[in-house]
Write a protein that binds this ligand. Sequence first.
Ligand code: PGA
Length: 257
Amino acid sequence: MRKLLIAGNWKMNKDFDEAIEFTEGISNRCGAVDEVDIALFPPATYLKDVSRITEKNYIVVGAQNIHSEDDGAFTGEISAKMVLTSGCGMVILGHSERRHIFGETSGFICSKIRKALNSCLTPVLCIGEKIEQRDAGETERVLDVQLTESLEGIEILSPNEIIIAYEPVWAIGTGRTATPEQAQNAHLFIRDWLVRRYGERATEIRILYGGSVKPSNAEDLLSQPDIDGALIGGASLDLEKFSDIIDIGIKITGEDK
Ligand code: PGA
């Protein structure tokens, strides 16, 4: 059984006090939840302080990015070891904002995935098509290329080592969500791809949906058979909305999806 993961990607938002206040708030409300997994991805400067609060509960803290090298002359970058020693258990890699704003290639993302796995950090590999690619019927081809290139030469020992996030670029931060059917179809394609690549055990790899997830659409999305959680941007900045989505995840788990 794949346990739902509700993950908040804060991106470049919140000042320090807001970050601490939110983390204390979500810890008080949801720190003891174990029906679903919960993860927070704060900006790098807050990782240590946020994980000091969550180390007493079940909430996992992750970084929004790492570099592929251990150390060296890479001004502005952070390493796997830095985030690991700041209390992180996960790292988002290949987010479309990294790919499209900062020009990260799948090859570079692949080297970061290898580094994360070798460092005992769980990578959350993000993939997703642009609107013109979807309109041209190229969604599956784009996902295939991104998976092939990002996971080239990557072996996994257990399905818990890696998480995939399907995030259609046209749905991120736009308020426009993929329909549950569109998301389910993409997730099934990714699931089949993973099983071809890694064998039957890949049915246990979690695939999250991301792109304008909010309380009003979370239930329909999370109820889909191949959607194993959500990577949430905008709505994860608001304590009420984020806790509401966690509650929806708990409800769906209780219904034995
Ligand atoms: P959004 O962002 O929920 O604001 O669309 C999702 C993401 O980028 O992970």
